[in-house]
Structures are given as structure tokens and as C-alpha cells.
Write a protein that binds this ligand. Structure first.
Ligand SMILES: C[S@@+](CC[C@H](N)C(=O)[O-])C[C@H]1O[C@@H](n2cnc3c(N)ncnc32)[C@H](O)[C@@H]1O
Length: 290
């Protein structure tokens, strides 16, 4: 039986079939989870709604921090909900968990003022109706309840990545024509102007929270312009940046001739292995009180 793109991504593709990469991803995510939960100011006995729970990193993390209290794990992926349910059973937390199939922008299965905390990581980037999602977070929170979230700001760096001589932050001037073909494929899959991963920045997040009615809002933006961490060519070409796009290897196979693939690889591979590129990243933590 096939799994949906979300469970394929979270449980497999984001690790690129590589145990070292998996460890890198999990090490990278742990402090993010801790900061989201810290900003949520969890207290004993509270109910936490983990929106777009994925493999349950935020929700199970919350249960570790409080000895009493419950978590509602919600997602649009039935496969992932089944996965977290069996995980909860295995780790003996089933009686403190509920599982809800619902999109962030329509939480109508939950009553108004029914949760103490709404927490999420990297979910709004997949939601087109972001303002509606914030209204739903506000509605399901009790007065005094807290929202805490983390989102990548992928719009940061778009202008740089659009320059024709750059590919994924590497200077590929000698094979610019070939790079353009691969980039055009990614642009077709995720148009810059309309894709939900690219159509917002940190100011929009603040505006959404304010419009929804939150009375106290904080946002922390973190920006890094740094050399790439990855120096393994195969991990680089086999790990897609997100669940909706092909890997670079898949993209090359789709749009390049064999000769073009060879030219592109001959230019790009040494740059990746020497970490001779620049990555531009921005992420935002937002936390707010109803
Ligand atoms: C990058 S994963 C993050 C998973 C988890 N929050 C974590 O911190 O690891 C994105 C999650 O959002 C879910 N998702 C995608 N679109 C959604 C939507 N409209 N509403 C709720 N969840 C959604 C996916 O199924 C996936 O589990």
C-alpha cells in the first residue's frame, strides 16, 4: 500500500536514505522543538494541540515536559496519524493522546476555547489559507491560551537564488544554461508568486496573528548566510528540500540529456564536496497569547 507524500517525506525522503543525514536532521530539529515548547509556557494538566503533528515531535515532546496533561495530535495525513497512534501505544502514552484528522485552516472538529496551547512547526508553509489557520488557532484556544510556532521564511533568499549563475547557492557559471533547465523545473512545481511555501514572510505572520485577535504577540527572526553544511554529493542530490519537489537527481533525469547531466555534475559536484557555496536561511518563532 502506498503512503501519502507527507509520511513518505517525514519518515523517509527527508533523510535521503542516509543514517548520518537522519541524525543531522534530528539534531537540528531538537532545539527547535524545545524552543517552540519553551515559548508555549506549558503548565501541568494542560491540553496541547499539535497542528500538523507529523511524526509527533512537538506533541510527544510536550508530554515529556509535563507529567499530567494531554495532547491532541492533528494532521491531514491519515498515514501519519496511524503512525503516531502506534508510536503512542508503544511508548505507553496512548491514554494522554487524541488523534484528529483535520487541516490547520479548518479545526471545526474541535470546540471553541477547548485547548490551552496550540503548537506547530513547519506546517503553515504548506497551508494556503494562513490567515484562516490563525483564526482557527485563536478560536480553539481558551482565553489566556498560548500559540507557539516555528516556520522557515523561504522567501528570504529568493532574489539571490533566482540569479542565473547560482544553483542552490553554488556558482555554476560554466553550466548556467543547464542549471536554468533544472531551475525551471523547480519553478514550475513551486511558482515563486503563488506557492504557499514562498508567499509569506515574518511580517505576514505578525499581521495574521494580530488580525486573528491575539493580544500579546512576539516574533523572533533568525537569519544565517553561511557555507553549506552538506558535503556529501549523493546526499545532496538525493534529498529533496521539501515533500513537494523532486530530488536534484530526479530533476536532472527529467529535464537533462546524459551529456548535460555529466557537464552539470562535473561543475557542481566539486563545489558541493568543498562546501564552496552560500546558503541563505531565515526562520521565525512566533508566540502569542489569546
Ligand atoms: C514538515 S512536516 C512537520 C511535522 C511536525 N510538525 C514536526 O515538527 O516534525 C509538515 C506537516 O504538516 C502536515 N500538513 C500539511 N498540510 C497541512 C494542513 N493544511 N493542515 C495541517 N497539517 C498539514 C503534513 O502532513 C506534515 O505532517
Amino acid at each position: 500500500m502506498g503512503r501519502d507524500i507527507w509520511s513518505e517525506w517525514l519518515l523517509h525522503r527527508r533523510f535521503g536514505g542516509d543514517a548520518r543525514r537522519m541524525q543531522m536532521v534530528l539534531d537540528f530539529l531538537r532545539p527547535i522543538r524545545d524552543k517552540v515548547l519553551h515559548n508555549a509556557r506549558l503548565a501541568e494538566g494542560e491540553t496541547v494541540l499539535d497542528v500538523g503533528c507529523g511524526d509527533g515531535m512537538i506533541g510527544f515532546g510536550a508530554l515529556e515536559k509535563i507529567a499530567s496533561g494531554t495532547v491532541i495530535l492533528s494532521d491531514i495525513s491519515q498515514d501519519l496519524l496511524e503512525y503516531v497512534q502506534s508510536l503512542a501505544r508503544d511508548i505507553g502514552l496512548l491514554d494522554r493522546c487524541q488523534f484528529v484528522l483535520a487541516p490547520a485552516e479548518d479545526l471545526s472538529v474541535l470546540d471553541a476555547a477547548s485547548v490551552d496551547v496550540v503548537a506547530l512547526r513547519s506546517v503553515l508553509i504548506y497551508v494556503s489559507a494562513k490567515q484562516q489557520a490563525f483564526r482557527e488557532f485563536y478560536r480553539v484556544l481558551r482565553p489566556g491560551g498560548r500559540l507557539s510556532l516555528f516556520e522557515p521564511i523561504n522567501r528570504f533568499g529568493i532574489a539571490a537564488s533566482d540569479q542565473p549563475h547560482l544553483f542552490a547557492g553554488y556558482d555554476v557559471t560554466p553550466v548556467m544554461d543547464v542549471a536554468q533547465k533544472v531551475k525551471a523545473l523547480y519553478r514550475r512545481v513551486q511558482p515563486i508568486d503563488s506557492d504557499p511555501m514562498l508567499d509569506f514572510d515574518e511580517r505576514d505572520l505578525i499581521a495574521y496573528a494580530e488580525e486573528a485577535g491575539f493580544r500579546e504577540i512576539h516574533l523572533e527572526l533568525q537569519v544565517a548566510i553561511v557555507p553549506p553544511e552538506e558535503d556529501d554529493w549523493h546526499a545532496f542530490i538525493r534529498t529533496p528540500g521539501n515533500p513537494k519537489i523532486p530530488t536534484i537527481e530526479e530533476a536532472m533525469r527529467q529535464v537533462l540529456t546524459l551529456d548535460e547531466m555529466e557537464r552539470f555534475t562535473a561543475c557542481l559536484r566539486p563545489l558541493v564536496e568543498a562546501r564552496q557555496g552560500i546558503h541563505r536561511r531565515a526562520v521565525a518563532y512566533l508566540w502569542a497569547v489569546k
